[in-house]
Design a protein around this ligand. Sequence first.
Ligand code: MN
Length: 200
Amino acid sequence: MAFTLAPLPYAYEALEPHIDTETMKIHHDKHHQAYVDNLNKAIAGTEHENKSIEELVKNAGTISPAVRNNGGGHWNHTFFWESLKNNNSAKPSGKLAEAIDAAFGTFDAFKEKFNAAGTTRFGSGWAWLNIKDGKLEVSSTPNQDNPLMDVAEVKGTPILGCDVWEHAYYLKYQNKRPAYLEAFWNAVNWDKVAERFEKG
Ligand code: MN
C-alpha cells in the first residue's frame, strides 16, 4: 500500500492572515506531495513497503536517508496540518496549561523558548513541544527529522511542531522567521495539542 496525501483538514485560506493561502497551497500540494511520492519510491519493492509511517519514522536511522528525509517529511507535515487552526488568540487551558506553567513558568516563557528553538535552528528544520517522561520539553530538529526518530538528539512524543523551513513562510514573511513564528501562535489548534497531551 503506497502512502497518499490527505487533503488539508480545512480550506487553504483558513489560516489567513497568519499563514497565507498561496503558501498553504504550495506547501501542501507541492512540498508535502513530493515527500509522499519520494517516500513511496524509496520503499517500493522493499521489506518496508507495508509498514506504518510511525514504524518507518521510529527506525529512520537504520533504514535509509531517503526514508529518513521523506518519511519524516510525510509524518511531520501531516502532524503540522492537524496542529493548525485560526485560533482567535486562544491560549491553552486546563491540564495542558498547567503542564506548560509547571515546565516553563508561564505561557509567555514557553513561547519564548519555542520561538528561540525555531529561530536558532540553523538552515531548515522544526521546533517541537514534546512530552518526555511525563513532562513537557521544547526541542528542535534539523531537516525533516522529528523527536520520534531513533536518530533524534532529543527524543520525546511531540504534541506541537512548527515547520521553520523557508518554504513554510518565505512568500509572506521573506527572511523574517521570527515574524512567522510570532504569527504561528495565532494558528495553533490548542484543542488538538491538548488531545495529544492527554493521550501522552
Ligand atoms: Mn514544510
